[in-house]
Write a protein that binds this ligand. Structure first.
Ligand SMILES: Nc1ncnc2c1ncn2[C@@H]1O[C@H](COP(=O)(O)OP(=O)(O)OP(=O)(O)O)[C@@H](O)[C@H]1O
Ligand SMILES: [Mg+2]
Length: 158
């Protein structure tokens, strides 16, 4: 049983990664699914708890950029005694801006959102309570490359 937490700037490929690897097995929880809810953090907690209580593994698909935001999720994982797995998506601003620009309609987010997130984006560490951490990169060929992450910064300069 596991709680998977995706972490990364907008347009790093998190939702695509979910659809590719987890859609058939894991419940998707994302604040994007209830944009108009007044208390999105509380709603998110309720949905994670409901899934874990009924024995379904969960993927939390938000940018989850700060230690504080992740702490609430990790605490939940500990409460339910599940394995807590983090995927950190390489977050190079210029490539994310490019991919965002290529998105159509509502999928494209205002550029200011990326600038706001990158300022507070903190790569995850084992000290936060993760049991496993991975680093995800999109290759030139458009594939996802996943490797084990030791919690150190392997981000090239922005
Ligand atoms: N492996 C990939 N190779 C090439 N392009 C990709 C890949 N994965 C995603 N993309 C493209 O990058 C863009 C962003 O992907 P996606 O919507 O999955 O990102 P996201 O991290 O979920 O963004 P947000 O945080 O805004 O929800 C999309 O246009 C998508 O088609
Ligand atoms: Mg997404």
């Amino acid at each position: 049983m596991e709680l998977v937490i995706l972490i990364g700037l907008q347009a790093t490929g998190k939702s695509t990664f979910y659809r590719t690897y987890f859609a058939s097995t894991h419940t998707l929880v994302s604040k994007d699914l209830f944009r108009h809810n007044k208390n999105r953090a509380r709603r998110q907690t309720q949905l994670i708890e409901a899934a874990l209580q009924s024995g379904h593994p969960v993927v939390v698909d938000n940018t989850n950029p700060t230690v504080e935001e992740r702490r609430a999720l990790i605490d939940l994982g500990h409460t339910y005694g599940v394995e807590i797995i983090g995927y950190y998506f390489q977050s190079q601003l210029r490539y994310c801006l490019e991919r965002n620009q290529q998105r159509l309609g509502k999928a494209r987010v205002p550029e200011v959102a990326l600038y706001t997130t990158i300022k507070k984006l903190t790569p995850p560490t084992y000290a936060e309570g993760f049991h496993k951490l991975f680093f995800v990169q999109i290759t030139d060929a458009g594939a996802f490359e996943v490797r084990s992450w030791k919690g150190q910064s392997v981000e090239p300069a922005q």
